[in-house]
Design a protein around this ligand. Sequence first.
Ligand code: KIV
Length: 297
Amino acid sequence: MLRSFLGERLEMRKKITKNTILRMKEQGEKIAAITAYDFLSTRMIDDTGVDFILVGDSLGMVIMGYENTLPVTMEEVIHHLKAVTRARPRAIVVGDLPFMSYQASVEDAVRNAGRLVKEGGAESVKLEGGERYVPVIEAIVQASIPVVGHLGLTPQSLHQLGGYRVQGRDKNSAERMIRDASALENAGCFAIVLEGIPWQLAGKISAAVSIPTIGIGAGPLCDGQVLVFHDMLGIHEQPLPRFVKKYADMGKRIRDAVAEYVGDVKEGRFPAKEHCYSGEIKKSSSGAADEKNEDTG
Ligand code: KIV
């Protein structure tokens, strides 16, 4: 079943655009999204038939080792976007606008969204926040750049929120979030990430807007789901939030493999004969020692 589904999707290999994403909601097809930050992972991810690749500011933690997303710069996002878009994925590529690249002015926002597209190759951009960002979103869309919104637990507002807390648990904030989602839709967003909110509220928002919602810690009633690559593969050691499903324990596998290599080197088991090139050292006409040439393959 999975094979034939994947086979069908991969055969089509039709580039996914914002219109495809919008159509998926209309047709009731769930949207599978994941983060990516480099060329080879993007190739692997895209081979699976994923629909939406986010070069998220989560790179601050999983790539750069920052404590949160706040220090992430435009240059860092562009650097990783370049690596991802060089893989020419079929999935739509969304570049995250980092903290302070769009908050200070509409002009900053348009210029920085433009940089993600022009320099990084992004096909759309994502920014965090509700109604207050309507002028920013409208201006970016006016510049012909598709925008994804992000509501709920918005990590760039970490200090304002007082920590990583589930949002929208009381009536007022839940109603505000529903209004925010409609405002984002009216401003021209083609999708909204809903992070860290009760599943019931995510269901209400998903029913209230005609653009797709993509949940992370927002339950099954969203139109799609997104996970951070390193979280779902169990690559890092941080305790994972309950909304993450760990699909592999790659951290352990990588550690085991590298430890085996280190042991092999220390004990002289690597390199073995099959890893070596042979060739006699001959005297060249100049008299200098010269090795017979051989391909490295
Ligand atoms: O930066 C990121 O990876 C994100 C996702 C968690 C949605 O914004």
